[in-house]
Design a binder for this molecule. Sequence first.
Ligand code: CU
Length: 154
Amino acid sequence: MKPFLATLAVTALAVPSLAAAALPAVKVTDAWCRAAPKGALAGGCYVTLTASADDRLVAVETTAAGRAEIHTMSMAGGVMRMRQLADGVALPAGKPVALKPGAEHLMLIGPKIALTPGAKVALTLRFKSAPPVTVTAPVKTAPTPAMSMPMGGH
Ligand SMILES: [Cu+2]
């Protein structure tokens, strides 16, 4: 059976156009990172994700920080709390999912660059099904006044 399977694999690679049409994809728009004071221990980044088929954002990577995590923010007993989403964010087919301040967001832990307006942060987003997407998120000051939040104001 082995030679037969190998032939199949080669055939599949030889017709990338057919394979590409069926591949799920996630469109990433409106990527930005919130400006943070010099020496901040963490910073938030935000994107809008639109998946072509049901998918899930499972990880984020960047060279601009020690590591990056997917967080959610919620109110618990009148206190704003943030926690890491171990299983990521669900992306229903065709529905734009906005990661935004006060809700789901990407968190840069230990930024290696100054998060000042005009700086750029390259983010690689990994999905359950779709291939990874790398975007460049400009650093901007928040469009709305920053809410007071625990864990260092991010
Ligand atoms: Cu966070």
